[in-house]
Design a binder for this molecule. Structure first.
Ligand code: AHR
Length: 509
């Protein structure tokens, strides 16, 4: 066992609020995410409402899913929303050139997505098409979705069966404009983003939070270019947030190369630690993008949105390489728990994050069997569930005393214990990850500024890092009560087995 870690939390000193939207999700027309994942059609034997799988809805409601980004991803920049409204039999098909070159029948469109969000109780985050669309097309979509009264788009919406406007809080101005979204330069995209965002109007009392398509990972120049473009418009006393209110960034955890990313379930310790180093890089990534933004926006009014993150492995053998279907192990769970600690620490600037993707694609919450339709919850799902109490809670700073156990990984040092905490009313939630593959540890948490009352601890771990859930064995990795956590004179003592994730809910007076 590595030496115990001492962590101090002042429960009466509240930091910035952790937006619930950092627990956000992403659903693209990619592989079996929409079709077979969220949507099975009304004639399916799988219980559904308007074609939307009710078991998927129930599982995501249990996570308090705060928002859902749609329709892409790369797909967003070749999606023409008018093809996805009206009677299904009249909707034109298209080829999904990004993902498997399969035919998209457009049966899941705007009305189906909004119905899904209503069932989930999640805020819609619609991503508009800049790459192959037009300003008018995007402006019309906003009008169709959010305008009340009478107008050409309102009449069209009513004709398609929906009288009331929907609320759409989040709007994406394209996706990955540096790549699949149009291969643009930063400067060119910044000008396009200003132009498109101008015509994404606030109709009635629907106020859009417009998110400009951001950097590929550590391309800080991209962020700077978008911040400069905002600042130029704010130069004459105008509020720069009037154009776009946030900038996104995408970062995936890949231990290998894009050509050979690594196997989802077969990996050694070295590859595991490399994965964790890559995941831990998210802290530096968010810090540096925030620093660039601080130069132009010291009051932190412009938000940073990590609207694609997660692990990306080689696809499962025998599946369509364009469908990005991968298994999800205890390693993925720790990638998620580490990300959340980082997100909590960046609460002041990070307003949203969306894991890619919710069902059957990349680091999913849910896997469904294409033959039987059976649903499996992944280890990553359980991390989201155990951490749900952090949503909209005040972040609490965690200070460690002395050395934190660490591993040398190539030229990098990986601290193997990660802790974050938050407070909502009298409830303090502490999340702890032991990233060490083979060593147990113990974390002594001093809770200062409040007396600890009732404690409820949960643990997620498994015999092997590669352990995962299948329909034959759906609970191979599942949380259970962690009865070994002790209340001490100063707080709580938390034993941490190797590769484990623990949450401790403490009520403080
Ligand atoms: O999430 C899969 C793809 O990854 C998205 O479509 C794209 O934005 C990113 O490159």
């Amino acid at each position: 066992m590595s030496s115990p870690v001492r962590a101090i939390i002042n429960v009466d000193v509240e930091g910035p609020t952790i937006s619930r939207h950092v627990y956000g999700h992403f659903a693209e027309h990619l592989g079996r995410c929409i079709y077979g994942g969220f949507y099975v059609g009304e004639d399916s034997e799988i219980p559904n409402e308007g074609g939307i799988r009710l078991d998927v809805v129930e599982a995501l409601r249990a996570l308090k899913i705060p928002n859902l980004r749609w329709p892409g991803g790369c797909f967003a920049d070749e999606y023409h929303w008018m093809d996805g409204i009206g009677p299904k039999e009249d909707r034109p098909a298209m080829v999904n050139t990004h993902w498997g070159n399969v035919e998209e029948n457009n049966h899941f469109g705007t009305h189906e997505f909004m119905a899904l969000c209503e069932l989930l109780g999640a805020d819609p985050y619609v991503n508009g098409n800049v790459g192959s669309g037009t300003v008018r097309e995007m402006a019309d979509w906003v009008e169709y979705l959010t305008r009340d009264g009478d107008s050409p788009m309102v009449r069209l919406r009513k004709q398609n069966g929906r009288d009331e406007p929907w609320r759409v809080p989040f709007w994406g101005i394209g996706n990955e404009a540096w790549g699949c979204g149009g291969n643009m330069s930063a400067q060119h995209y910044a000008e396009e983003a200003r132009r498109y965002a101008t015509y994404c109007r606030d109709h009635g009392d629907n106020t859009l939070y417009r998110i400009a398509a951001g950097a590929n990972s550590d391309d800080y120049v991209w962020t700077e270019t978008l911040m400069k473009a905002l600042n130029e418009l704010g130069g004459c006393g105008r509020d720069p947030r009037g154009i776009y209110q946030a900038i996104s960034v995408h970062y995936y955890t890949i231990p290998g190369t894009w050509a050979d990313k690594g196997n989802a379930t077969e990996f050694g310790e070295d590859e595991y630690y490399t994965t964790m180093v890559k995941a831990a890089f998210t802290d530096e990534l968010l810090r540096k993008h925030s620093t660039v933004m601080d130069c132009y926006d010291p009051d932190r009014k412009v938000g940073l949105v990590l609207d694609e993150w997660g692990t990306w492995w080689n696809v499962e053998p025998g599946t369509n390489p364009g469908f990005l279907y991968q298994q999800n192990t205890m390693r993925d769970a720790l990638v998620a728990s580490l990300h959340f600690d980082i997100f909590h620490r960046h609460a002041e600037r990070l307003v949203m994050a969306n894991i890619a993707q919710t069902v059957n694609v990349l680091q999913a919450m849910i896997l469904t069997d294409p033959e039987t339709g059976a649903l499996v919850l992944t280890p990553t799902y359980h991390v989201f569930a155990m951490n749900a109490g952090h949503q909209d809670a005040a972040s609490l700073r965690v200070d460690t005393v002395g050395e934190v156990p660490a591993r040398e990984v190539g030229s990098e040092k990986l601290e193997t214990v990660s802790v974050s905490a938050s407070r909502k009313g009298d409830d303090v939630l502490i999340s702890l990850s032991n990233l060490d593959a083979s060593e147990a540890t113990e974390v002594d948490v001093d809770l200062r500024g409040g007396a600890a009352g009732a404690v409820h601890a949960r643990i997620l771990t498994a015999d092997a890092l590669a352990a995962h859930n299948t329909s034959a064995s759906p609970d191979a990795v599942a949380p259970r009560d962690h009865l070994d956590v002790q209340v001490t004179d100063t707080g709580v003592r938390v034993p941490m087995p190797p590769h484990s994730f623990v949450t401790v809910a403490v009520s403080v007076a």
